[in-house]
Design a protein around this ligand. Structure first.
Ligand code: NIG
Ligand code: FE
Length: 398
C-alpha cells in the first residue's frame, strides 16, 4: 500500500540534528514521501482513506538509520592479527609486515563474485536488521582497476531485494598494493588516470575516498586523487588524521569534502577549516576501541565550531569488525563523550549529510517516508544499551 498513517508515536524527528520530539505524534506518507507530520489528535488527519494504519502505541519512532562509513566488501578475516596486536604488535607494524589491508586484499582478490556477495550480504543484512536504511560501502580491498570496480559492482548489486539504499565510494587509495612496492606515485597515477575515470564512466561510485596516513598515502598524493575526483565530477571524503596529524582534515575541507572521518589527531586549524566548508566529522569509535587508541577525537572543539558529527560503524576486518550501528552510538557516548542525542543525530541526520543526502535522516514533510518503530520510549535508549537493537517494525518505500 502506498499510503501510510502512523499514529501515537513518540516521534524523534531529528530535524536539525535534535530529537525535536513530537509526543503522541502522527505522520502521513504517500508515494514514499512524508506529506504531513504532527500531533495524532490533529483534525487535519481525518478522512485519510485507504491507508495502511500503524498504531505505534506510544513507542519511539525515528528515521531509519544511516551508516555513512563502511568497508563491507571483503573476504576472510583478521582474527590472527587481532591476536598479534594483543601480544604487543601495533597496527602499523603488522601493515609493514605485509599484513593489514594487504592481507584482506589478497583474500578479496581470490574470492569469487559469489563468495564476496554472500559474505558482504550477510553483513549488510545485519545492519538492515538494526533499522539501517542507507549504507555507504567503500571499495578498497581490490587495489587494482579490475578488482576495485568489481567490489563496487558487488556492493551496488546487493541493493536488489533488500530494503536498503547502498551508496558506493571508491577507495582505490586505501593502501599500496604489493605489486607497486616502492612506486606509490605510479599507483596513484593508476587511481587518478584509470580507476576514477572508469568508475565515473560506469557511474559505479557516488564519491571518492582516500587514506591519508604514514602507512598509506601522503597529503600530496591525496591531493592528486582529489583533483582527479573533481575533474570527474565526484565529491570526496577522507580517512583523516586517524593515527597521526597530517593535516588531513584541512585538506579534505579545502576540497569541500562531504566528510572527514576518524580525526583523532586533527588540530584546531583543521576543525576551523571543516566548519567553514561544512564538512561533516565522522566519528568511528569502533576503530578507536579495537585499536586500543588512547587519543580522543576533538569532540568539544568540533561541537564549539558547529561541525556536524556523524557516527558510523567503519565495518571492516582490520580495525572495526562490527555490524552494529547502535553499538557504535553507545561507544560514541561512552568513549568520545557524545550525548545520546548527538549519537542519534550522528546515525540519522548528520550521517545522511556525510553522504550529501538531504532527503533522509530526518522525519519531516517532503523527506523520504523511512522510519523505524522501536521497543523503547526514550530516544536515549538507542545509545544506552550495549549491543544491537532490533526495531519492532520499519517502513522503507521502494
Ligand atoms: O577505516 N583506516 C583505514 N581503513 C580502515 C581499516 C582498514 C583495514 O585495516 O582493513 C579504517 O580503519
Ligand atoms: Fe574506514
Amino acid at each position: 500500500m502506498d499510503r501510510i498513517l502512523l499514529t501515537h508515536g513518540r516521534i524523534a524527528t531529528m530535524r536539525g540534528g535534535r530529537y525535536d520530539l513530537i509526543e503522541d505524534g502522527a505522520l502521513y506518507a504517500e508515494g514514499g514521501r512524508i506529506r504531513w507530520i504532527g500531533p495524532t489528535g490533529s483534525s487535519e488527519l481525518s478522512d485519510r482513506a485507504e491507508v495502511e494504519r500503524i498504531d505505534a502505541k506510544g513507542a519511539l519512532v525515528t528515521p531509519l538509520l544511516v551508516d555513512c562509513h563502511t568497508h563491507l566488501v571483503y573476504a576472510g578475516n583478521r582474527a590472527r592479527e587481532y591476536e598479534m596486536r594483543l601480544e604487543g604488535a601495533s597496527y602499523e607494524q603488522i601493515a609493514k609486515m605485509g599484513g593489514g589491508i594487504a592481507s584482506t586484499m589478497r583474500a578479496t582478490r581470490d574470492a569469487s563474485d559469489w563468495e564476496l556477495s554472500a559474505q558482504t550480504g550477510k553483513r549488510l543484512d545485519a545492519l538492515v536488521a538494526e533499522g539501517v536504511g542507507t549504507v555507504e560501502i567503500k571499495s578498497g580491498y581490490g587495489l587494482d582497476v579490475e578488482n576495485e570496480l568489481r567490489c563496487l559492482r558487488i556492493a551496488r548489486g546487493l541493493e536488489r531485494g533488500r530494503a536498503v539504499h547502498v551508496r558506493t565510494t571508491l577507495l582505490g587509495a586505501h593502501a599500496l598494493p604489493p605489486e607497486f612496492k616502492g612506486r606509490a606515485d605510479d599507483y596513484v597515477r593508476v587511481v587518478c588516470e584509470e580507476m576514477i575515470p572508469a568508475v565515473a564512466r560506469e557511474k559505479l561510485a557516488d564519491a571518492v575516498d582516500a587514506f591519508c596516513e604514514g602507512i598509506a598515502f601522503t597529503p600530496e598524493q591525496v591531493r592528486r586523487v582529489f583533483e582527479a575526483a573533481r575533474d570527474n565530477g565526484l565529491p570526496v571524503k577522507l580517512h583523516a588524521d586517524q593515527l597521526s596529524d597530517l593535516h588531513g582534515a584541512a585538506l579534505a575541507a579545502e576540497f569541500g569534502a562531504l566528510s572527514a572521518d576518524h580525526l583523532e589527531y586533527t588540530n584546531g586549524e583543521g576543525i576551523a577549516a571543516m566548519a567553514k566548508a561544512g564538512t561533516v566529522a565522522v566519528m568511528l569509535p569502533g576503530a578507536f576501541h579495537f585499536l586500543r587508541e588512547t587519543r580522543l577525537p576533538p569532540v568539544e572543539a568540533l561541537r564549539k565550531q558547529g561541525v556536524r558529527m556523524a557516527v558510523a560503524t567503519d565495518s571492516n576486518p582490520g580495525t572495526s569488525p562490527t555490524t552494529s550501528l547502535t553499538l557504535m552510538m553507545h561507544l560514541a557516548c561512552s568513549l568520545f563523550g557524545l550525548t545520546p542525542e548527538e549519537a542519534l543525530a550522528g546515525a540519522t541526520s548528520h550521517g545522511a549529510a556525510a553522504l550529501g543526502l538531504a532527503d533522509r535522516g530526518e522525519l519531516d514533510v517532503g523527506k523520504r517516508a523511512e522510519f523505524a518503530v522501536w521497543d523503547a520510549e526514550e530516544p536515549a535508549e538507542l545509545a544506552y544499551g550495549i549491543g544491537p537493537k532490533r526495531p519492532i517494525l520499519t517502513r522503507y518505500p521502494q
